[in-house]
Each structure stands twice: as C-alpha cells, then as structure tokens.
Design a protein around this ligand. Structure first.
Ligand SMILES: *[C@@H]1O[C@H](CO)[C@@H](O)[C@H](O)[C@H]1NC(C)=O
Ligand SMILES: *[C@@H]1O[C@H](CO)[C@@H](O)[C@H](O)[C@H]1NC(C)=O
Length: 425
C-alpha cells in the first residue's frame, strides 16, 4: 500500500521536476534512419491547427510518463505532420491526430477511442509478444480475468500455428493471442483434437473448425466481438468488420419498462439460440440513437428493435410489433430467408440523400440553438452562389457580345492590365 503511494509520489515528483516533454520525444524526418531497428514506438502525428490534437496532448504526456514508470519497452514520440512531411508520408497519415505503433518494420494503426486507457491497452498489446505463452493454469486464469475475449492456440508447433501467428500479426491491433498446451487448461475445457484454436468469450468457449469455419484469420475477425454487449456508435461501427448483421434493442438511457423488456429479449435470444444465430448475428443494445437516425435518415423509435448490415448501411425493421421471443425469432428468420426486405443501403441515391439529410439535421440543430447564426449560415452561401451565378452569366454574355474585348468580361488583374495597355496604345 505505502509502496504504491511512494511510487505515485515519486512519479508526481518526476512529472514536476522534469521538463514537459521528458517522456515524449519530438520526432522529425530523420527518425526512420536514426532509430534502432528493435525499438518499439508509439507515435502521434499532430498538426498545429488541430484542436483534437491539443486535447490529446496531456493524455499523451501521461501515457509517456506511465509507460516509462512501468518499465515498458515502448518509446513514446510525437511528430508535427505539417513539418515532418516525409515521416507523415511514410506512415500514410491522412488526418490528425493519427496514432501508430511501430514495431520492427510493421506499422499498426490505432483506431479506437482517444482515451488514455484505450491507447495504453493498445500500446501494451501491440508492444508485447504477438502470441503470449501461458505456461501454467494460474497464468491462464489470470489472463482470463483480464480479457473479455481471448484466442488461444493449444498444441505443439504445426502449420495451424503458422496461420495463427500470421493472423495475430494483423489482428493484434484488435485482440489478444495466446498459446498453451493441453495440460495447462482446466479439465472442463474439452477440445476435440489437437492442435486447436479456441476462443474464450461471453463466459464460454468454442473451437475453430477449418471444415466449418474456413479461413482462420477470417474466423478470428468474425469472432473477436462479444456475442452480446452494450454498443455505442463507435463500437457499433467497429462491429461492421465482423461482416455479421447486428441485432439491436434501441432503448433510452433511463431504461423504462419497455426498454428493459426489449433489452432482455435480445439478451435472452442471443444466449439461448447461440448455435443457430452466432454465424450471422451479433447482438446488443444501444442507448444513443443518433448514429442510427443518421443511418435510417429519420427518427428511429425508442424503444425498438432494428437489425443493421453495416457493410452497406442497410437495415431491417420488424414487420409487426415484437412482444415475445417467438416474434423476435421470426424477425431474425425472416431476415435470413430473405422474406423481410432490407431498407437503406449505400447506393448512390441513398448516399446523396444522406448528405442532404446530414445538412438538414445540422441546420435544424443550429436554427434551434442559434437562429441568427442559422440565418447567416443559410443566407451567406445562398448569397455567394447567387452573386457568382450572376457574375458568371453576365461574363458569359459579355464574352459572346464582344469576343475581342476579353478584358471587359474577365475581371482578373491580368486582363485589367491588358486593357490598360490597350487603352494606352
Ligand atoms: C493457412 O495459411 C495458408 C497460406 O496462407 C492458407 O492457404 C490456408 O487456407 C490457411 N489455413 C487456414 C485454416 O486458415
Ligand atoms: C450485407 O449486405 C451485403 C450486400 O448486399 C451482402 O453481401 C452481405 O451478405 C450482407 N451481410 C450479411 C451478414 O447478411
């Protein structure tokens, strides 16, 4: 206890004594040549004008100081992408802030929430071994208590182990990979044959089967999400990568009676019909409907059920009221057999409509909160467009009126000078 307090005091002292960036190195275009190849780096690209980058600054400093005090091998750096343009190009930075890990020559992009916990977890996961070995039951249990989802390779070396490691190389940004042997695992974990890849999640486990599940990496990508969970717009968007449909109970955060019932219904169906539906569906509930309103382009009823196909922004609504488990099962079966049509989607028409919808939503929001600003926002572009059209038409007319005297039609400096010359001639 007092040891912890001392450590805290010590790190507070270090923070006070050392200058601002003692834990975070400023990197420039020479970085890739000058670093030693075995170093692991956590790097943030920022731009001077980017306000999200400024918000991230104190977090970045904390991360630097914490990783150092934990004795982590991960170095923390930052680079101004508008100055170190070569480095930014090397990392293919497209927006700010951008967060990466560099390990050997592999770059890993962080796309999670920009919180200290999220980024620290990413740094520890990617910075550590690709596949962590669990040599005792105690280590296994410890890992189980820390991770909601774990992929575990069981057995000796084999070609499957090669596939497992190469999947880990790509998917370590999202989840944890372990390896162990049969004798380490608790007796209750039954495995049909070795070697095997097992996923532990949702309080249960199941084994990869090449025959049934196909490619190992795709299977891991599908199974790396919890079967049932609370989702927000960020995590909902991320589940799209599973390629599965997402079954949602949309509820208000106060959870009225109906909301609770909807939520429990989804949870019950997800748990009791896991075998039938886990290949096609992920289940969850959401307390914030903004993302879905955007997807549906309207106000989604709350509470309600909705199923979304995030790969094409399509959605399914139940044809009638859903009161019982049977109704919900019929709804899901209807989606699978194609009898319930999907709505929305990402066709060009839908996309254009969505752009207009977004503009409309933004304007209504602005009008309701600051009517004057709203008028300004509408009238200014309208006025600009009108004036430009007017000038454009006028120019075109005068250009055809008098092709010779281009000067009169194009109000550019060059032409005005030309005209001045003409006049002086
Ligand atoms: C293992 O990797 C090889 C080579 O990439 C691939 O052909 C094979 O389908 C993979 N097997 C599994 C089970 O993913
Ligand atoms: C989502 O929509 C695409 C395009 O229609 C389709 O190919 C895909 O199978 C759908 N996803 C699921 C899980 O049904």
């Amino acid at each position: 206890m007092s040891a912890t307090r001392n450590a805290v005091l010590l790190s507070a002292l270090i923070v006070l004594v050392l200058p601002g960036d003692a834990f975070v190195e400023e990197l420039d275009d020479n970085f890739m040549e000058s670093r030693s190849a075995d170093d692991v780096w956590l790097i943030k690209f920022y731009a001077p004008w980017c306000s999200f980058c400024k918000q991230l600054d104190p977090v970045w400093h904390q991360i630097g100081s914490e990783l150092k005090s934990l004795g982590s091998p991960v170095n923390v750096g930052k680079a101004d992408g508008t100055v170190s343009t070569g480095l930014a190009r090397e990392f293919k930075v497209r927006g700010y802030p951008a967060i990466f890990m560099l390990k050997k020559d592999v770059k890993y992009t962080y796309s999670g929430p920009r919180t200290k916990d999220g980024i620290m977890d990413f740094a520890n996961r990617v910075g550590g071994p690709l596949v962590r070995s669990l040599r005792s039951l105690q280590l296994f249990q410890n890992a189980m208590s820390h991770h909601d989802i774990m992929f575990v390779y069981v057995g000796a070396s084999s070609p499957l182990k090669g596939n497992f490691t190469s999947a880990a190389e790509e998917l370590i940004v999202h989840t944890y990979f372990f390896s162990t042997t049969r004798d380490v695992l608790p007796k209750a974990v039954s495995i049909p044959s070795l070697p095997a890849v097992v996923v532990f999640k949702d309080g249960t486990f199941f084994t990869f089967s090449e025959e049934r599940d196909g490619n190992l990496k795709s299977w891991i990508n599908r199974e790396r999400f919890p079967h049932y969970s609370k989702l927000d717009s960020y995590s909902l968007y991320a589940t799209g990568e599973s390629g599965k449909l997402v079954v949602l109970a949309l509820v208000d955060d106060g959870l009225c009676d109906d909301g609770l019932r909807y939520k429990h219904l989804v949870e019950k169906v997800s748990a009791e019909h896991r075998d039938a539906y886990s290949r096609d569906f992920i289940f969850g509930y959401m307390e914030d409907s903004e993302y879905l309103n955007g997807l549906v382009m309207g106000e989604v009823a709350v509470p309600s059920f909705i199923v979304v196909n995030l790969s094409i922004d399509a959605y399914f609504l139940p044809p009638g009221t859903v009161e019982t488990e049977r109704h919900l099962l019929d709804f899901l079966d209807g989606i699978l057999d194609g009898s319930i049509p999907s709505q929305g989607g990402n066709s060009i028409g839908q996309r254009v409509q969505r752009v207009f919808y977004d503009i409309w939503v933004t304007l209504t929001l602005v009008f309701s909160q600051a009517p004057l600003l709203g008028c300004f926002l509408v009238i200014l572009p309208l006025a600009t467009v009108t004036v430009s059209c007017y000038l454009c038409c006028k120019n075109r007319r005068s250009m055809s009126d008098d092709d010779d005297d281009a000067a009169a039609s194009a109000p550019s400096l060059q032409n005005r000078q030309k005209r001045a010359h003409k006049k002086s001639d």
